[in-house]
Structures are given as C-alpha cells and as structure tokens.
Design a binder for this molecule. Structure first.
Ligand code: LMR
Length: 343
C-alpha cells in the first residue's frame, strides 16, 4: 500500500469512528458544504472554464448550502500537494492530470503512451467504453473517487531551437509531468527528462534550467510559455486530460440529495467542457500564431513517422505494467463494451 493509500485508509477509519460528516467535518458545519477546488491552470483553459462552471451551477442549484471555492493557477497549491491534501480532507475536489497519479496506479500510464491516441475523439471513445469507465473507480480504495474525465487536449513539443527530427531533441533538458512513461519517452528521444511542477515551467524556460517541454496549445498560450520559448512543433503525440476526483469518505457523507445533484452537475459540465476543449485549444493556437512571437512547425507525414518510430519502444517497455488488455482496449473500445455486455 502506498503512503497516500495508508493516509487515506486511516482517515477513512478515523472518520467512521467519529461518525464522519455533519458534526465532525468542518466542511459540513453550519449546513454550508464548502468544496475547495484548486487547480494549476488559467481560468480560460478547458479545465479552468469547467471548474468555474461547476462552481456556478452547484451554487445556483444549492443556494446557501454549497459553496465551491475554485483556486486557479496554482494559487492555493500545486498538483502533487493537492493529491495529498485531498487524501487528508483539506480540500474536497481536484482535477489533476492523469499522468500525475503515476505513483498511485499504473493504469493511467496508458494515457501517456506516445502516439497511442490519434486525437481527442479517440481518447473520448476509450474513456466512454467499459474499460475506460472502469478506470474512474480504480483509485477509490486509495481515497480518490473519480467522477469524470475532463479533456484538455493533445500535446506538442516546444523548445528554444526547432525540433523537426527526433535527433533535434538529443541532449535537451525537457520538463515533463510526474510520469515514468513520459520520462521513458524523452529518454527514447535522447533528451534529459526533468519532472517539474507546472507552476515552475515558465521560470525554468526563462532561466535556461530547461530547454524544452511538451504541452497543449491552451496551456502554452495561457501560461505564456511562448514568451520564453520560440519554437513549437505540431506533433499531437500525447494527451493531457484530468481525473476529476473527490475523497470518497467526504463524498459519501454528503446528504444524498446534494451528492446526487452535484454528480448530475459534474456530468453536465463534463459534456459541456469536453465538447469545447478542441475549440479552446485551436483558438489558443491561433492566438499564438497571431502573437508573432512563435514559430509553429508543421511536420510532413514522413517526419512525423520518424518521431513515432523513435518513441514506439516505450509501449513495449510499459506493456506489462499497464496491462496489454488495457492498451488493446484503447485501440478497440467497442470490443470491450461487447465483452462487458456479455458478462
Ligand atoms: C502540466 O503539468 O503540464 C499539466 O498537468 C497542467 C494542467 O493541469 O493542464
């Protein structure tokens, strides 16, 4: 059991002993349920907009009973701290990149396999399949109940020098999220991966502590990485998406009408937010181009295949850890639905 799992389990027991909830849980006193919901990106990004909308709808539906405090742009804490804070019950809701649950589960590593999903529609199909939906509850025993997957978008590489061929990445220091698959991906390119919190990227690029990074257009634009990084390459090589999670002990202690209402709102916001995530990223890309401060390189099909080939060994490397069936399910989500229906 991981340290976090132990913390979550002991908190759950402590909570049960103290008849968790109304009297003992500060979030539930005075009949106002406070949901602290920190995240690390700007309010205009797909996640930023979805979090704000969740707060608006929850407060409109439960006036005076639910108070959602959204803290964008890592104002309250970074993602790693928020994972821990959720387990401790210090905050009530998170939407953290799937890559950052690496230390708790190998299952989400599937989302980091390079070039596994061709686009957001492919990710969506998998997440809505039986195999994908099952991932929502994979961390429930560890203290993280997944309510939804929210999309950001597909990732692209950015660097201080043009990245046209995999060899261009050789020897560069790349910032990555806290994921062993992403580490292996950069190593396969001959780069030096550095796991780093999102809020530190801008300064690390500015000071030259890192040379390169990978992210979505909406993150690159809203966090102004283009001010300190002149070259981007359109690769669509990976996915940034989030597990929207709550602490199950907290969630199950909510009055049932509120819990059911909030779950409905999460579902509604998920449909709304995911449907506009591609457009938000396209808009950010257009604004990057209009800024006149960036060079966005489009690759030929041949050049793109070279990147694909360079990182392909990562699939094999992580196949056993992730589970070959799960990888297979991403390629053929309809088949897992049929199997689930037959059981
Ligand atoms: C990153 O760290 O690059 C992303 O997880 C940030 C985010 O929340 O989109």
């Amino acid at each position: 059991m991981t340290r976090l799992a132990l913390i979550a389990a002991s908190l759950a027991v402590a909570c049960l002993i103290s008849a968790c909830g109304r009297a003992s849980d500060p979030t539930l006193t005075d009949d106002v349920i406070v949901i602290k919901f920190p995240h690390v990106v700007a309010p205009g990004t797909p996640k930023g907009q979805a979090a704000t909308r969740f707060a608006e709808l929850a407060e409109a539906r439960f006036p005076g009973r639910v108070d959602v405090e959204v803290y964008p742009s890592a104002q309250l804490m970074n993602d790693d701290d928020s994972i821990e804070a959720l387990a401790f019950g210090e905050i009530q809701m998170i939407a953290v990149s799937l890559s950052k649950f690496d230390r708790l589960t190998h299952a989400f590593q599937v989302f980091d396999l390079p070039f596994l999903f061709p686009d957001i529609a492919g990710v969506e199909q998998f997440q809505q399949s039986a195999a994908g939906e099952a991932l929502l509850t994979t961390l429930a025993d560890d203290g993280f109940l997944g309510l939804a997957f929210w999309h950001n978008g597909m990732k692209h590489f950015g660097a201080g020098t043009p990245l046209r061929r995999p060899a261009d990445a050789d020897g560069l220091n790349f910032r990555i999220m806290e994921s062993d698959v992403l580490q292996a991906q950069i190593e396969a390119l001959g780069g030096n991966p550095q796991k780093m919190a999102y809020g530190e990227i801008y300064q690390a690029l500015q000071t030259g502590a890192i040379d390169a990074q990978e992210n979505t257009w909406s993150n690159i634009y809203s966090s102004k990485f283009y001010e300190v990084q002149p070259y981007f390459t359109v690769t669509n090589h990976g996915y940034v998406g989030y597990l929207v999670a709550v602490n199950p002990t907290f969630w199950n202690a909510l009055p049932s009408d509120i819990r059911a209402g909030l779950e409905e709102i999460v579902a509604e916001v998920t449909d709304w937010g995911n449907a506009q995530s591609v457009a938000i990223n396209e808009d950010s890309r257009a604004k990057l181009e209009q800024s006149g401060r960036t060079n966005i390189l489009e690759l030929s099909a041949e050049e793109l295949s070279a990147w694909r080939a360079a990182v392909q060994p990562v699939w094999e490397q992580f196949s056993d850890e992730i589970g070959p069936e799960l990888i297979e399910a991403t390629q053929n989500p309809a088949a897992t639905n049929q199997r689930a229906g037959a059981n």
